[in-house]
Design a protein around this ligand. Structure first.
Ligand code: URA
Length: 280
């Protein structure tokens, strides 16, 4: 693997991905956007599957308000250079290596034929919170970064204005790392093929909290067939991480009234994380 400059790298994967490009690692990540009418019905009936992963029930608790509008979960806001102290486990290098593997992946012919590049994920390798979306769209495909289009802007607002933390303090990735043609849902086989990359990413970052954005993320991560309307509003568990599922930002753009429930979900997540509500 290529040796990376210590001075130019920092905690935030978005910056170190740029170094990768300079180091010759191409096709690293890509992007998309608002996925039309892709979301399945949000209020389909409940089944026995529900109890399998659910741990606590809604309604979301109400955390106390706090003054600071935006704070990082951990670490300073300006990214420090990577050193043995700042990256004791060498997570940046591990993610770099994994991303290079993803860039070479050709397991899904329909996705490979359609992609500009793979979209690995961006964020803090030491993030306590990881957001998982569905798959890159057109804009993400072009830029190589997740959630950089319209729904990405809403996600940024949810994280920064809603939760009061920096987007750069979390890690963001998707169930599949290539753009599905015409922004269709990823097929089950495609999600399964990409799963080892998702699990390897989570094993490196070891997030304590995961937020699944939409039905594709929630059902695939938790091996559930429930609609998102039945999975949201409670805390699930995955490999030791607490998981909160909520509506996909693209769905929220199409259905603004659902933002109320999404905000309840974020409050539930914040309560689990011990975060107070930002001042409004
Ligand atoms: N929607 C997703 O699910 N993921 C992205 O990266 C962008 C939009």
């Amino acid at each position: 693997m290529k040796k990376l400059s210590k001075t130019s790298l920092n905690y935030y994967l978005s910056e170190y991905l740029e170094d990768l490009g300079r180091a010759g690692v191409k096709d690293f990540y890509r992007g998309d956007e608002a996925k039309g009418a892709k979301q399945p019905p949000e209020n389909a009936p409940e089944s026995a599957e529900r109890a399998k992963h659910a741990r606590t029930a809604a309604p979301a608790p109400k955390p106390a308000r706090r003054a600071a509008p935006v704070v990082p979960i951990r670490g300073p806001e300006s990214a420090p250079a990577i050193t043995a102290e700042s990256d004791p486990e060498g997570r940046a290098a591990k993610l770099t290596e994994l991303a290079a593997q993803v860039a070479k992946c050709a397991l899904c012919p329909k996705l490979v034929a359609n992609r500009t590049q793979t979209v690995f994920g961006t964020g803090n390798p030491y993030a306590e919170l990881c957001f998982i979306g569905e798959g890159p769209g057109a804009e993400e495909d072009l830029q190589g970064k997740p959630f950089v289009g319209r729904s990405g802007q809403l996600l940024t607002d949810m994280i920064e204005k809603g939760m009061g933390i920096k987007r750069s303090s979390v890690f963001i990735c998707n169930i599949v790392r290539c753009r599905p043609p015409q922004n269709r849902n990823p097929e089950k086989e495609e999600a399964n093929a990409c799963r080892p990359f998702l699990d390897a990413t989570l094993e490196i970052i070891k997030p304590k909290f995961i937020c699944c954005l939409g039905s594709i993320a929630a059902t695939n991560l938790l091996h559930s067939e429930l609609p998102i309307g039945k999975m949201r509003g409670k805390v699930h568990e995955y490999n030791g991480a607490k998981v909160v599922c909520t509506y996909h930002p693209a769905y929220l753009l199409r259905n603004p009234p659902a933002k109320k429930q999404a905000w309840e979900d974020l409050q539930l997540l914040m309560a689990e994380m011990g975060l107070e509500l930002p001042e409004r």
